[in-house]
Design a protein around this ligand. Structure first.
Ligand code: COA
Length: 163
């Protein structure tokens, strides 16, 4: 039976760390729905449309367009979104011990809201474990080179935002 996973995040912007998780998700699911959400504790630099466009572009560059992937906006609760999409699981990346407490709380809350949907964690690969969207934005704004962490297209979008 075909398995559907939801990979939610703010993706402000998507980084190579997120892309690594997307590629590896296909060892677990047959279809992946990338859910672009707003985290109420963060003020995003990029609009939802800009974030979705970056993801679409990065998937093309990485030759992932032929995979069964949808990019959708998450409005409201993630658990409701996952149910609406008939998802079997939520996939999240874990970078370091520091991510654990936050993910633990979020998973616990999501489980209370919807016990049928499992959350599966993939450990970030070594070279991605220190990347964060906020650090990418900060380094780029201060003139640093972020080309190891995000695509050229993303750098163009960030250049336009900061000009
Ligand atoms: N490699 C490198 N970095 C990674 C990574 C990986 N594999 N996975 C995540 N990150 C980084 C991101 O760059 C990001 O960095 P930042 O904090 O500097 O922005 C951080 O880890 C986590 O961000 P991201 O994966 O984009 O998602 P998030 O933690 O902001 O997402 C939601 C949280 C959207 C899933 C959550 O707010 C949500 O579910 N919202 C919907 C509303 C809801 O249901 N709320 C109740 C939740 S209980």
């Amino acid at each position: 039976m075909s398995k559907i996973g939801v990979y939610p995040g703010t993706f402000d912007p998507m980084t190579n760390g997120h892309l690594n998780i997307i590629k590896r998700s296909f060892k677990i699911v047959d279809q992946l729905i990338i859910g672009v959400a707003d985290n109420l504790n963060k003020i995003p630099l990029l609009s939802i449309t800009e974030r979705k466009d970056i993801i679409k572009n990065d998937l093309e560059i990485e030759n992932l367009s032929n995979k069964n992937i949808k990019i959708l906006s998450v409005k409201g609760l993630l658990t409701e979104f996952a149910k609406d999409q008939n998802a079997d699981c939520i996939i999240r990346g874990l970078r370091a011990v520091s991510d654990f407490e936050y993910e633990f709380q979020m998973t616990g809350m999501n489980y209370q809201l919807s016990p049928d949907i499992e959350t599966i964690f993939l450990m970030s690969s070594d070279n991605n474990s220190f990347i964060s969207s906020n650090l990418v934005k900060e380094v780029h704004k201060l003139g640093g080179d972020v080309s190891k962490f995000v695509s050229k297209n993303t750098i163009r979008v960030l250049n336009n935002k900061n000009s």
